[in-house]
Design a protein around this ligand. Structure first.
Ligand SMILES: [Zn+2]
Length: 266
């Protein structure tokens, strides 16, 4: 007997859920390399990126979700999180200590503690460019019309990045304005009212810094959604095997599968 999957609940991060729904992180992955993203979705390729940053992020997130969620997270990831030998045996491995420091910084931030009130880890769905997306919101306050997304970052909080054309804030560069815009769209479709996104940044600097980024730039959010709409119909056809996936020719998957440029004329 096959167990019924809960694609927006306990199986939110499963391959089945990602096959059924688009998400902003999946969209970003397809924009990086269609061939690799498709192979990941089919289970033919496992992401080889170092997942330290991901674990640190989840450590912080689960702490503010609930005591049970945090205990469960630590339990599930024990072998990676907890040192099994030497003087630090039984303690958090050194590369994850920064997560504890970030939690303390957020707890000491009165503004964060006042804002981070509402329903935690809320799954939402909605249509962008006619294609169905899912999203998971860290903290949603429907009554007061805002939501909060915690972002762990190396810092500083107002860091800028060169994107090849201009200097932009780190949260623009990593697609977080697009993510916020997508959540706003899905929430407005669901609740019929506007929502203000708040990115709550916490840095890995010692000591950690925190900052509430209240995203009120409607034009920037509209532009992000419009750009997505320019790509998503074709990418959806790629995802469903109706269009050929284009290899980026540079990533680990493309190199491993000889999808890189084979001849160069100098
Ligand atoms: Zn590639």
């Amino acid at each position: 007997m096959t167990q019924k999957l809960d694609l927006l609940g306990k199986d939110y991060y499963s391959r089945e859920s990602n096959q059924r729904y688009w998400s902003i992180s999946q969209y970003k992955r397809f924009r990086e390399c269609e061939a690799r993203a498709l192979a990941e979705l089919r289970g033919d390729w496992t992401d080889t990126r170092d997942n330290t940053a991901l674990i640190i992020g989840n450590y912080v997130h689960s702490y503010f979700e609930s005591k049970e969620a945090h205990t469960k997270f630590i339990d599930t990831n024990k072998s990676e999180l907890i040192s099994s030998r030497g003087a630090t045996k039984g303690k958090l491995k050194s590369q994850f200590l920064v997560a504890e420091q970030m939690i303390e910084a957020l707890k000491k931030d009165d503004n964060f503690m006042a804002l981070y009130q509402g329903e935690k880890e809320v799954a939402v769905t909605g249509f962008l460019g006619g294609i169905e997306f899912k999203g998971k919101i860290d903290c949603l306050n429907v009554e007061r019309g805002y939501f909060v997304d915690i972002k762990t970052t190396k810092g500083p909080v107002d860091d800028t990045v060169w994107n090849g054309k201009e200097r932009v804030y780190w949260f623009e560069h990593y697609g977080y304005i697009l993510q916020m815009a997508a959540y706003v769209k899905m929430l407005e479709d669901t609740y019929g009212r506007p929502f203000e996104p708040i990115i709550y940044a916490v840095t890995k600097e010692t000591p950690s810094d925190t900052l509430a980024i209240r995203v009120q730039n409607i034009n920037a959010m509209v532009a992000e959604i419009e750009e997505l709409e320019n790509y998503i119909v074709r990418l959806d056809a790629v995802k469903h095997g109706q269009e050929k996936a284009i290899p980026c020719q540079h990533c680990d998957y493309c190199r491993a599968n000889k999808l890189t440029q084979r001849v160069m004329i100098y």
